[in-house]
Design a protein around this ligand. Sequence first.
Ligand code: PMP
Length: 468
Amino acid sequence: MEGRTHSSAPPSIARRDVARTMKLVETNLPFTTAKSNQLYQRTLGVLIEASSSSSRGPANFGEYPVFMERGRGSRIFDADGNQYIDWMMAFGALPLGHAHPEVVEAIAEAASTGAHFATATAIELEVAEMLQKIVPNAERVRFANTGTEAVMAAIRLARGVTGRPKILKFEGHYHGWHDDLLVSSNVMPAAALGLRTDPIKIPDSSGLNRTALDDTIIVPWNDIELLRRAVESHPGQIAAIITEGIMANMGVIPPAEGYLETLQIIARANGILFILDETVTGFRIAPGGCQQHYKLSPDLVTFGKALGCGLPVAALVGRAEVMDALQWGGVLHYGTHNGSRMGMFAARANLRVLTRDNNASFRHTWKIADRLCSGLRDVFKKKGVSAIVQNVGPMFQILFTDRPAIRDYRDFCRYVDRAAFQKFVLSLFPLGVYTSPSAALHSIVALAHNEEDVDLTLAAAEKALGSS
Ligand code: PMP
């Protein structure tokens, strides 16, 4: 990203005509991010890493991050006026795309009638009832603000209800930034991981409570035998097994066939609660998430991201028998902003749109993702580039690797070329395509994306890979 001169205001995006695709791909040319750079310089000495989360700063972008200014539908616009097709969609928090009119209206209504009453509200009840209809195991619902908070509540609940101390988590899974599970979820050199049979627990941060990880058991994912062994070697001690339904923090890695079902059986047989973390997969893979898609019946499920359609809304749902322990005098769960009125209004509008016409939005995102992913595979093949595209419906990631598939964290650490990914993604920016330059994250198809977005992206990908 160079701070070259900016040509003029971005031309408006023409529609339909695929023959004009190559021209549209050049919307941002000559490309400059000079204003982003100026803003970045101002952040020095004020903000850390120019933002409020380490995953948004210069570490991913090279010199400085692109400063985004506004979004509409599938498009996002930066401070220099560059326009991009946005495949990142706020880490998946925007299942409808940017500024969906019904969500905007809902937020405005809530804002103009009072943002927060700190009492019970009918809107909270209404959204909870919607969740009960949409999510199979949602016998009870508690709202929170972030995925991290929902998972923290789930862990405390599991320990409280079972009276057991340990939590089993998988390598490469991320469940938020709280102490208990902040281990082995960052990409590391393969040599640091230890043996599959006895993985080294690698804390992801300094400053963790010294004993925080003592009760955390780490197991490689997608391997039933290793899971069985870990459970057998801690009889009566494991409160919960927590898993992402689809790995979404090491690119996109689907569960092996029957894996989650067998995990559930092992948990049940050993009095262990099964927590399914659907912070990413919820309201994305299917209306009822991975739970519905893979026909699971977890005890507890956590949601975040897509639920609030850009506002901080998360939820913990689950079996009444377990969830009811959250009552006063049992397992404590507080939060000033839990179930906030604006968030609830946004969530209601969001869920209405997502489930409209017999869940048409899900059919749309799966179809668009299919076109995009198969198109990208064709482009890489045509260009002779060693890259694969892994996806489950609208979640996808490009993995620069010479392996036919990436099956777990260890594969990712060993075989994925993250620098090549970053280079590729950054070369798409001038061509009007945006996604996170972090190979360990993933991209998202939202309701706002259409076939033209796909065709433009494929043309940009082909151009970025050169004329060879
Ligand atoms: N669980 C999973 C699977 C996630 O991917 C994330 C965030 N990427 C979280 C939990 C934490 O959610 P939040 O960032 O909203 O705290």
